[in-house]
Design a protein around this ligand. Structure first.
Ligand SMILES: C[S@@+](CC[C@H](N)C(=O)[O-])C[C@H]1O[C@@H](n2cnc3c(N)ncnc32)[C@H](O)[C@@H]1O
Length: 283
């Protein structure tokens, strides 16, 4: 059984590292947020004016705006491949991935989880971190890896050869719909679902669909906690990233996963940054 108290004691070292990192780097967030308003208004904002921690977000915003001027956003533009690769290598993205997967593994031991499930696996960056950790820790639970895109899952199939001790299954699942029957039949509960940066491409109602299959969720996603919106929210909205309000997501979580633990609550409380980025919730 998991409780807020035993989650806290199980992840306290991870939580401290995560919070310390965020507090160290996020103090200037409002400066970036206000400059993103200027970018949205069409003003020239040189990268030198942006605090270094936000350079990747700045580059994204700059390219989205540039594409708008050049006729619209295009996912096949080669500039995006470079941006994705650079984003995945930032210290924050690495720490985010490490923290999501390590928390998932520790909770799995605590709650006797029988199956791991990843949604929106993308280029398998997070999946690879998970497989690496499972192998190191000899936690050989089956891992179900899902996404909407077939090509993404074909890439992931190749991971089976690199991590032969772990039963890996891939499935197509658009989380705006209920999970496919075949997936429901194959998993053994309790199921722990983890993800990073996927729900913000979908919508709040995905929680209902995820609740049909998962008992515990580790959500590495941005949820707007304070309600403040800035230029970057609207700029990223042009490529399908929706600001998800925590107050709305909480109402749905309360129905399906009534127990919740916000790992980085202390960061928002201290620096008032709008987004939280890591929630654990369970039935
Ligand atoms: C920013 S990528 C994140 C990839 C991966 N989670 C990671 O952290 O490296 C977002 C992923 O969400 C997937 N995605 C977007 N909408 C989705 C939906 N409705 N259902 C399932 N996956 C979705 C995309 O295909 C993409 O692979």
């Amino acid at each position: 059984m998991i409780t807020p108290e035993n989650i806290q004691s199980t992840i306290s070292d991870l939580q401290k590292t995560y919070i310390d990192f965020m507090l160290e780097h996020l103090s200037q967030w409002r400066h970036w947020a206000e400059l993103s308003n200027s970018m949205e208004a069409g003003e020239a904002v040189p990268i030198e004016d942006i605090p270094e921690f936000f350079h990747t977000e700045y580059e994204w915003a700059r390219i989205v705006l540039e594409m708008e001027d050049q006729g619209g956003f295009n996912w096949n533009d080669p500039r995006l491949g470079k941006l994705f690769a650079a984003a995945a290598q930032t210290p924050f993205y690495k720490l985010w991935g490490e923290t999501i997967t390590e928390i998932s593994l520790r909770l799995a031991h605590l709650a006797g989880v029988k199956t791991f499930l990843e949604t929106g696996a993308g280029r398998a960056n997070l999946t690879t971190v998970m497989l690496e950790k499972m192998t190191m820790q000899k936690t050989f639970l089956p891992l179900f890896i899902t996404d909407t895109h077939e090509t993404v899952l074909e890439n992931i199939d190749k991971l089976q050869a690199d991590y032969p001790d772990i039963q890996q299954e891939t499935a197509l699942w658009d989380i705006t719909n209920p999970p496919p029957e075949i997936l429901l039949h194959k998993v053994t509960p309790p199921v722990l679902m983890y993800e990073r940066a996927t729900l913000t491409y979908a919508n709040y109602r995905t929680i209902e669909n995820i609740a049909r299959i998962a008992d515990i969720v580790v959500l590495g996603d941005y949820f707007n906690y304070t309600g403040e919106l800035f230029g970057y929210d609207r700029i990223f909205g042009k490529i399908g990233l929706q600001p998800l309000m925590f107050k709305d997501i909480k109402q749905i979580l309360d129905v399906h996963f009534p127990n919740q633990y916000i790992v980085d609550q202390q960061v928002t409380d201290a620096v008032h940054i709008p987004n939280i980025s890591l929630i654990i919730a369970w039935k």
